[in-house]
Design a protein around this ligand. Structure first.
Ligand SMILES: NC(=O)C1=CN([C@@H]2O[C@H](COP(=O)(O)OP(=O)(O)OC[C@H]3O[C@@H](n4cnc5c(N)ncnc54)[C@H](OP(=O)(O)O)[C@@H]3O)[C@@H](O)[C@H]2O)C=CC1
Ligand SMILES: Nc1nc2c(c(=O)[nH]1)N=C([C@H](O)[C@@H](O)CO)CN2
Length: 236
């Protein structure tokens, strides 16, 4: 009898990269729990494949703690936690503090509290991982997304701290993407400019993040690492 693999939690997986990774894990026969903020048609597809979708709004502490309670009511074990949920807000005059607070909440407080309260679900004796999805922009900051970059830099610090705290039972790593997938509203000029920022000059799509996640899940000897998936942006 093949042992049942505990589920992998991916936060913010109702769309784009998180959704792609959830679907690819299901393709691999891996049970999945996703968090979502707004119900989307994609969630029905995930549910029909056996995934569990839990509502989670990380905009304030009570929402994060409510999600943690729901998660613990849903499963007694986890194979991995992937912190993917994210807000990409530019620095907007008059909205600076609120945007900073919201991105601090989702990029730092939510991973921090979920890791603190749920790491016991990862301690089952088998392979266990936490993966933080950061952003290559932390390498040099951002003049237009200053608060966003700062909150992602904080997430990278949490990667190192939790890697030290949870070893050897749990590996904790980060993935630092650069341009992976444009947004629908991105015009031609923006796309050309963004593509020119990397040595490889392509929009790779979400599969490269799944490949990176797969590597971290399958490698027993990597922890406290930050995997740049940036098309060689640092070379340009
Ligand atoms: N796409 C890219 O090219 C790049 C992505 N990244 C990183 O990769 C990850 C995935 O990117 P991408 O797929 O574009 O992400 P999205 O911008 O599509 O956001 C993913 C999800 O996060 C959820 N979310 C946002 N705020 C909250 C919150 N307060 N509480 C709960 N959920 C929330 C959103 O839910 P809702 O839809 O309900 O708002 C959304 O579905 C992110 O961490 C991102 O920063 C890094 C560099 C490049
Ligand atoms: N939560 C998100 N974070 C980021 C996004 C996004 O769509 N959602 N997009 C980017 C851009 O691709 C940027 O890397 C280049 O334009 C960064 N982070």
């Amino acid at each position: 009898m093949k042992p049942v693999t505990p589920p992998i939690l991916i936060t913010g997986a109702a769309q784009r990269i998180g959704l792609h990774c959830a679907e690819r894990l299901l393709d691999d026969g891996q049970p999945v729990i996703v968090s979502y903020r707004q119900e989307q048609p994609s969630l029905q597809r995930l549910r029909s494949r056996g995934a569990i979708a839990l509502h989670g709004d990380f905009s304030d502490e009570s929402g994060i703690l409510a999600f943690i309670d729901a998660l613990k009511d849903t499963t007694g074990q986890l194979r991995a936690i992937v912190h993917n949920a994210s807000l990409w807000h530019p620095d907007t005059p008059g909205e600076e503090a609120e945007a900073f607070r919201q991105m601090f909440q989702v990029h730092m407080l939510a991973p921090y509290l979920i890791n603190l309260h749920c790491s016991d679900l990862l301690r089952h004796g088998g392979p266990a991982d936490i993966v933080h999805i950061s952003d290559d922009v932390t390498r040099k900051g951002s003049a237009k997304h200053t608060a966003y970059a700062a909150s992602k830099a904080g997430l990278e610090s949490l990667t190192l701290s939790f890697a030290a705290r949870l070893a050897p039972a749990v590996k904790v790593n980060g993935i630092a993407p650069a341009l992976i997938q444009f947004n629908e509203g991105d015009d031609e000029a923006y796309r050309r400019k963004a593509l020119a920022k990397s040595a490889l000059g392509i929009e790779p799509g979400a599969e490269v993040i799944y490949q990176s996640l797969r590597y971290l899940l399958d490698n027993p000897y990597v922890t406290g690492a930050l995997l740049p998936v940036n098309g060689g942006r640092h070379l340009v």
